[in-house]
Design a protein around this ligand. Structure first.
Ligand code: SF4
Length: 324
């Protein structure tokens, strides 16, 4: 996809916040915001699409599935206000990408340095399962963000859903099977690392431990070392166009669209120079240029070891598993 030169992260944010392209999700996000969970009955829910958040000069891009009904859909910031977010920002803090391990609400002082957090779908979906059409309608926002985050060196996909979206947009074919710690090179010279989603289904069962999660972000840190320092060992500067974007500001963020049809993959187009083909091994899932007709959202919520190959399989063909 061609990205207009006048585009900006602030514009993407505004487009995301104002988007009403998916009737089912619009209805759901707004209904949840009215009904509320009893424990949050005094909260003013965001009830709108949730934009990306972080450092415009990010070298690490973290991509999740979608906002949680009572997490991001309540607080208005991605991975904020729910248990999954606790895991994400604790890990980012330990890896030196965040100034604090807490992410509770948009005014909590959280700042990222060298990292940007986003999602494949920006509205909370019922049962955490966006439809393929909703996914395809929303992913152009991710394409635009990726094109604008020109310093990105590594993408961490949280869960199989995010992985399939990112890998497809980046033109990875055949696509290696998803499993925790799988790593591959993308056509633009950046790297993609897979992580189990920090859903309670995974964290409560021990499929994903904090050590496993830390290993992913430690590897991301190796691949994307800080240019201007990091939060590890003290605050560093956060440069870029206006510092933190999106959820940190109370202005909106909204969406837009973009197809995944034939031709060069959008993320590959967005990237400049570098390689032209992903490094893949022999455990791919086939040459798919479009999303497969599988319930990837279901996978994303339960992408435990049983859904992937064994560790050894992922060490072939250039894939790498982080040290645990
Ligand atoms: S395209 Fe994205 S932001 Fe817009 S309504 Fe659909 S899920 Fe929400």
């Amino acid at each position: 996809m061609a990205v207009a030169s006048a585009d900006s992260l602030a514009r993407v944010t505004a487009d995301v916040i104002g988007c009403r392209a998916c009737p089912r999700l619009v209805d759901w996000r707004e209904r949840v915001a009215v009904d509320k969970r009893a424990s949050y009955r005094n909260d003013a829910y965001w009830g709108a699409p949730v934009p990306g958040f972080g450092d415009p000069s990010a070298r690490l891009l973290v991509v999740g599935l979608a906002p949680a009904a009572h997490g991001g859909n309540r607080t208005g910031r991605v991975f904020t206000g729910d248990r999954s977010g606790d895991w994400v920002f604790r890990a980012l803090h330990r890896a030196g990408f965040a100034n604090q391990p807490i992410s509770e609400h948009r005014g909590d002082g959280l700042e990222l340095s060298g990292a940007y957090v986003s999602a494949a779908v920006r509205c909370a979906p019922p049962a955490n399962r966006p439809t393929p059409a909703e996914r395809d309608t929303c992913t152009p926002f991710l394409v635009r963000e990726r094109a604008l985050l020109v310093e990105v060196r590594v993408i961490v996909a949280l869960g199989a859903f995010a992985y399939q979206v990112v890998a497809t947009l980046a033109g990875v074919a055949p696509r290696p099977r998803f499993s925790h710690g799988v790593e591959m090179g993308l056509a633009d010279g950046t790297s993609l690392i897979c992580s189990y989603h920090p859903s309670q289904q995974n964290t409560f069962t021990g499929r994903l431990t904090e050590a496993m999660f830390d290993a992913v972000f430690s590897r991301a840190r190796e691949l994307a070392p800080p240019v201007r320092g990091s939060w590890r060992g003290g605050r560093s500067s956060v440069a870029g166009e206006g510092g933190q974007l999106a959820g940190a500001v109370d202005d909106g963020d909204d969406a837009e669209e973009d197809g995944h049809g034939g031709g060069e993959a959008p993320l590959a187009q967005a990237e400049r120079g570098g390689r032209t083909q992903a490094r893949t091994g022999d455990d791919g899932e086939g040459q798919q240029q479009r999303y497969p007709p599988v319930d990837v959202a279901e996978q994303a919520m339960s992408d435990g070891p049983g859904n992937g190959e064994g560790a050894g399989a992922h060490q072939r063909g250039g894939h790498r598993r982080p040290q645990r």
